[in-house]
Design a protein around this ligand. Sequence first.
Ligand code: DP6
Length: 326
Amino acid sequence: MNSFAATTVAHPNIALIKYWGNLDDEWNIPANSSLSMTLGKLWTQVRLVADQQLDRDLLRIDGAIASPEAQARVSQFLDQIRRLSGKAFFCRIESSSNFPRGSGIASSAAAFAALALAAARVFGLSTEPQELSRLARLGSGSACRSIFGGFVEWIGGQDHRSSYAVPIAPPQHWELVDCVAVVSTAHKAVSSRAGHRLAKTSPLQPCRVQSAPQRLEACRRAILERDFELLTQVVELDSNLMHSVMMTSQPPLFYWQAETLGIMELVRQWRSEGAAVCYTIDAGPNVHVLTLADQAERVREKLSQINGVQTVIVAPVGEGASFVEG
Ligand code: DP6
């Protein structure tokens, strides 16, 4: 069905096996396959309206006109949609989220997953999930995983056709919870986009990429068998490896702050005392602490008592991108 407006919602995701570095920067074809958990309760809603009167796209985020950088990023994405659909009109895009940008939760993953779904409808492209996943990837690599709910693998592939995400287990499969300890909401100095381009300058990147399939297999097994111990081993190793690559790039990228290390240490300590907790960290200083649903309130409380933790955002496993009726 073709239409000139669509409203959609999508959720961010946290990578358990990380995406860092591309084979192809233009098409966001990653150096390795990755695996994530979609985060419920946190959402980004996008309304896309095709407007024949416009001579360029207009983006508003949370009611305010977006920065030139954000406008350019969304317009570049819509240029690709225009190319693929053969339709030339411009759009008004309104995006709003219920979680702070720069909070260590990939807001662009939710935004581009929602935008891909809305754009597919408005531009008359296929809304088949794998096709949507490819489209979302063009906006932000990790967005291809947010098309789906639950636990999701992004099959890295070699080109646009072969690079897309697939769900490996539904949200109800395992009651994991992500407690995000926010130690800074400052905008990251080096974007993931720029970081991906630096990855190849680290002597450790080939080793990380080469060994990623093994970790992905172990992570998949941990999820399918609901094995928290195995999950802990592989998720912390994978996060540490990605940060080792970041720290050894030219120029080096240090996303951690003193508080980040302090929380990592506490997580290890709580684990030695019997708690089911492990950490993973994206391109920022905030720490995602994974736990089981019945321990989440306790973990939230303990994290919020740490000096330097501004807030703790709690997210269970969530659903994929969908249309909002009306
Ligand atoms: C560290 O290029 O998808 O989160 O800047 O949000 O577009 P955006 O990020 P993206 O890179 C994500 C990198 C990562 C790891 C991951 O999500 O796999």
